[in-house]
Design a protein around this ligand. Structure first.
Ligand code: ATP
Ligand code: MG
Length: 354
C-alpha cells in the first residue's frame, strides 16, 4: 500500500451533508485504484454547531486542523444564523491562520453542459481565477462611527501588503507557465488608487521576472463584461479577495451552474494544510432533497489530490466528471433529473471501470 493522507472532513451545513459524502465516495474509489489511502476524521463544525454551542468551531479548532494533510470542506451558513456574526468566519479564520493565501478557482465548460453564453464552446471557457485570500477588502478592519447620530458613518479599510501581493503574483506567473502563458491582473486601481495602485505596481514588478508570460491589466468592470462576451481571452486571472469572490460566482454561472465550481484554499509552501471546497455556499433552500449538484465538491477533491501530488488520481476524477456530464447525467440546476447520489455513483463507476 502507498501513502496514507490524513484528511479533516468538515461537512458544514445545508447541502454539505449530502455533497461531502458524495465527494468522499469518489475519493475512496480513486484512492483504492491508485494505491494510496485516506485516513478521514469528521468535524461537525459550522452554523449548526453554533446554534448548539455558541461557536462555529472550538477555540482550538485551528490547532486541531494543523495535524492533517488537507481539509475537505463543504460550506457553512444557515438562515437562522446572522451572517455578520464574527463567529461566522470559520472560513476566514482557517484561510488566514493557515496562510492559505491562494484561492484557486478554475472555470471550464464540461462536455454535455450548456453555458448560458450561447456561442461559446469548451475551448472558449477554460481559465483559472486566483483570488488573493488573506487580505484586501476582507480584513474586517473598520468601524461604525457616531452610530447614535441621525446620519451614521461607517468605514472599512482595505489592506494590501507587499508580501501578500508578491506571493500571489509569483503563484500566478508560475501557474501560467504550465498553462497558456498569460496572466490578467483584474484590478480597479483607477479609483482605489492607493491599495490597488500599489497592488498593480507590485504585480508589474513580478511580471518583469517572467518575460515568457504575457501580462495584461484589466479593470474589473471591463473584466465582468469580458467574462460574458469573450471569456476566451483569459488564462490565469489574478485578483483581490472581494473581486475574486464576485468574479468566481460569475465564473460558476458561465460554466452553467454555481454547483459545478470547485476550489482550493492553498498554502503553497505546505507549512499548513490547505482546504478544498466548492465555490458555492450551503444552499439551505435545496438541502435535504438529494438534488444538489455534487460536481463542485467532487472537483474540489480532484484539486486536493493534485495538491497532495496524486496527479493521476486527480485526472481520473476529472475524466469521471466529464464522462458523467457528457452522458447527460445532470442534476436539476443543469435542467436534468439525476439525484446527487446518482451523479456521484456515475463518477465512481467510471473510475472503477477505467
Ligand atoms: P455563501 O454566502 O456561503 O456564498 P450564498 O448566499 O452565496 O452562500 P449559495 O448557498 O451559494 O448562496 O446558493 C446560491 C444559489 O445557488 C441557491 O439558490 C442555491 O440553491 C444554488 N446552489 C448553490 N450550490 C448548489 C449546488 N451544489 N447545486 C445546486 N444548486 C446550488
Ligand atoms: Mg456566495
Amino acid at each position: 500500500m502507498g501513502k496514507t493522507y490524513k484528511i479533516a472532513v468538515v461537512k458544514g451545513d445545508g447541502i454539505g451533508s449530502e455533497i461531502v459524502p458524495a465527494g468522499v465516495s469518489v475519493l475512496e474509489a480513486v484512492a483504492a485504484k491508485h494505491n494510496f489511502s485516506l485516513d478521514t476524521t469528521d468535524f461537525s463544525w459550522g452554523a449548526g454547531h453554533y446554534l448548539k454551542h455558541g461557536e462555529f468551531m472550538p477555540s482550538d479548532g485551528i490547532e486541531q486542523l494543523k495535524a492533517f494533510d488537507a481539509i475537505y470542506f463543504g460550506a457553512v451558513g444557515l438562515p437562522a444564523v446572522d451572517d455578520t456574526l464574527p463567529a461566522r468566519d470559520y472560513t476566514f479564520k482557517v484561510r488566514t491562520q493557515l496562510e492559505q493565501y491562494v484561492n484557486y478557482r478554475p472555470v471550464k465548460l464540461f462536455s454535455g453542459v450548456k453555458s448560458p453564453l450561447r456561442d461559446k464552446t469548451e475551448k472558449d471557457i477554460d481559465f483559472v481565477i486566483l483570488r488573493e485570500n488573506n487580505e484586501g477588502e476582507f480584513v474586517q478592519n473598520g468601524k461604525i462611527l457616531y452610530p447614535d447620530t441621525p446620519n451614521g458613518v461607517a468605514v472599512d479599510t482595505s489592506m494590501v501588503t507587499r508580501l501578500g501581493v508578491e506571493r500571489i503574483a509569483h503563484y500566478a506567473f508560475k501557474l501560467a507557465r504550465k498553462r497558456r502563458k498569460h496572466v490578467t491582473n483584474v484590478t480597479k486601481s483607477n479609483t482605489l488608487i492607493y491599495t490597488l495602485g500599489f497592488w498593480d505596481k507590485v504585480i508589474a514588478e513580478v511580471a518583469e521576472q517572467y518575460p515568457d508570460v504575457t501580462y495584461t491589466k484589466m479593470y474589473i468592470d471591463n473584466a465582468s463584461a469580458s467574462f460574458v462576451l469573450k471569456p476566451e481571452v483569459f488564462d490565469v486571472i489574478v485578483t483581490t479577495n472581494m473581486m475574486g469572490d464576485i468574479l468566481s460566482d460569475l465564473g460558476g454561472a458561465i460554466m452553467g451552474s454555481l454547483g459545478l465550481g470547485g476550489s482550493g484554499n492553498i498554502n503553497p509552501e505546505n507549512n499548513f494544510p490547505s482546504m478544498f471546497e466548492p465555490i458555492h455556499g450551503s444552499a439551505p433552500d435545496i438541502a435535504g432533497q438529494n438534488i444538489a449538484n455534487p460536481i463542485g465538491q467532487i472537483w474540489s477533491a480532484a484539486i486536493m489530490l493534485e495538491h497532495l501530488g496524486e496527479s493521476e488520481a486527480a485526472q481520473d476524477i476529472l475524466a469521471g466528471i466529464e464522462h458523467t456530464t457528457a452522458k447527460g447525467n445532470l442534476t436539476k440546476d443543469l435542467k436534468g433529473n439525476a439525484t446527487t447520489s446518482e451523479v456521484a455513483e456515475s463518477v465512481v463507476a467510471f473510475i472503477k471501470a477505467n
